[in-house]
Ligand binder design. Structure first.
Ligand SMILES: Nc1ncnc2c1ncn2[C@@H]1O[C@H](COP(=O)(O)OP(=O)(O)OP(=O)(O)O)[C@@H](O)[C@H]1O
Ligand SMILES: [Mg+2]
Length: 271
């Protein structure tokens, strides 16, 4: 039971619902359907999963996926110690045993031979075979698998197989509409709302450049950074350059366009 408690989220995370995602997730949870959350970086996917785990009172185990990850990193492995070898459950196995929500972040980063280990857990079997240990773990009734991915980045080489995709119900996320996004920034950072509104305006310019020189617009996460720098008495113009523009582009022309957008919103005197 200690395992269980250790993964519980103690405090309500701030999450601003934008559409019907809370109800939709709740219904998927009630049916223990695996859920896929798609959307650009920094738009609230992880925050939403934390919020839902808190709301449902379920432990949350998050795994950041990467291309070097192996199936053993998810399911577990034998470790050698002074007393010989000992099995150590991986995060997926722990989640299946204790009935946690297991959140595999950026799942497409993982190789397909890693990804397939989730297959038996995400269909009627709800089991996880630990081949090396010779054990079949039957998932706890409250186990649920959630994956996230950013549809923008995929090359053909890096996509989920249909047989993986078609094991999930999907929620599509995007940056909040301007009003809600300003609310989110004000609430997250304590910055005055009119300041938050200005930041959101700058983001709008960058988001229009997506596909025209920018791979991705300015995320809500970066708007939160800018507000936090401004709260530290950094001039808004400098804070915006540092948090909103310089991280996302190396292209001098795009940078100038965005610097101009900042000047237009805050005034070239750096107000
Ligand atoms: N609806 C929302 N309610 C509350 N905060 C939000 C919301 N959307 C975005 N945020 C803010 O944006 C930040 C980034 O969100 P989050 O970390 O959930 O992004 P993400 O979609 O998981 O991104 P990545 O794909 O890069 O992991 C949060 O820390 C939070 O400050
Ligand atoms: Mg995330």
């Amino acid at each position: 039971m200690t395992d269980h408690a250790q993964y519980l989220i103690q405090q309500e995370p701030f999450y601003q619902p934008l559409h019907q995602e809370v109800e939709l997730y709740q219904a998927a949870w009630d049916e223990r359907l695996p859920v896929m959350i798609k959307g650009p970086t920094g738009c609230g996917k992880s925050r939403f999963v934390e919020y839902m785990a808190w709301k449902l009172g379920r432990p949350l185990i998050t795994v950041a996926c990467n291309e070097d990850m192996t199936a053993s990193d998810l399911v577990g492995r034998y470790l050698l110690d002074a007393d010989g070898t000992r099995w150590l459950d991986g995060p997926l196995t722990t989640a299946a045993r204790i009935g946690a929500i297991c959140y595999l972040d950026e799942i497409v980063e993982a190789r397909q031979d890693t990804t397939v280990v989730i297959h038996p857990l995400t269909d009627h079997r709800r089991t996880l075979p630990l081949d090396k240990k010779g054990e079949q773990v039957a998932a706890h009734a409250d186990f649920q698998l959630v994956i996230s991915y950013n549809p923008g980045y995929q090359s053909l080489m890096k996509d989920l197989k249909q047989s993986t995709k078609q094991r999930f119900a999907a929620l599509h996320f995007d940056y909040a509409d301007p009003d809600h996004e300003a609310d989110i920034i004000a609430r997250e950072t304590g910055t005055p709302r009119d300041q938050a509104v200005r930041l959101v305006k700058i983001a709008a310019t960058a988001r229009n450049l997506k596909g025209h020189g920018l791979d991705e617009g300015i995320s809500t996460r970066l708007l939160v950074y800018a507000a936090r720098l401004i709260n530290r008495d950094i001039a808004p113009r400098l804070a915006c350059r540092m948090a909103l523009v310089d991280p996302i582009t190396d292209d001098a022309e795009i940078r100038d366009t965005l610097y101009h957008a900042i000047d237009a919103v805050f005034g070239a005197d750096g107000a």
